[in-house]
Design a protein. Structure first.
Length: 198
């Protein structure tokens, strides 16, 4: 049974019937692939930060933004870099931010804050990587098969195991797909979505 980082490594070695392989590297590669593909509700994180400048650092582990707002106000609207530049060219006066863009790896706000505001940021964060000091995470608890088959996929080129690659790939795809479906169902459970007319 896979319950933590150590038992995951053992399961990979047992499946491959080898103990001389860079199993931790296979796990790192699986985590990288999962990070690109999976967007689960359990990845959501919320952060509040005082902002008083035009540019704000992205949160640690940030993958994508769900929504952003100034505390007590409406959600900020995402604009392109071109739209941001155009707005700044028309008017560079500061104020309470209404728009944001992603510029050079930072969040750019418009108008630039004319004082200190509290920015509330809901975002999808990377799944915490497994290690000897962080032996489990929500993904390993919920879907050890995603970790196992994701790691096995990355062992195949190393072992020149083309025949088993398609089997592991199908099992990995099924695990990730199942997680995504579970997340989508959970986010839309309850009383149904309603359209609001403003």
């Amino acid at each position: 049974m896979i319950t933590d980082y150590a038992t995951l490594q053992t399961a990979i070695s047992d499946t491959l019937d080898r103990t001389d392989l860079p199993v931790t590297t296979f796990i790192r590669l699986a985590e990288a692939a999962i990070g690109r593909e999976l967007r689960h509700w359990r990845m959501e994180s919320r952060e509040e930060a005082a902002v008083s400048a035009r540019f704000v650092a992205l949160p640690t582990g940030w993958k994508e933004t769900v929504r952003m707002s100034i505390s007590g106000g409406a959600d900020l609207d995402l604009v392109s870099d071109a739209e941001m530049a155009s707005m700044r060219a028309r008017n560079s006066t500061g104020g309470s931010p209404l728009f944001y863009a992603f510029t050079a790896g930072q969040i750019e706000l418009y108008p630039a804050p004319d004082g200190s505001y509290t920015l509330e940021h809901v975002f999808k964060a990377a799944v915490p990587a497994l290690s000897d000091s962080n032996t489990s995470n929500w993904l390993l608890d919920e879907a050890p098969d995603a970790y196992l088959y994701g790691a096995l996929i990355h062992s195949a080129p190393y072992l020149v195991e083309d025949a088993r690659l398609s089997t592991w790939g199908a099992l990995y795809t099924s695990a990730i797909g199942g997680l995504q479906q579970e997340s989508d169902k959970a986010r839309h459970s309850g009383t149904g979505l309603k359209i609001k007319v403003r």
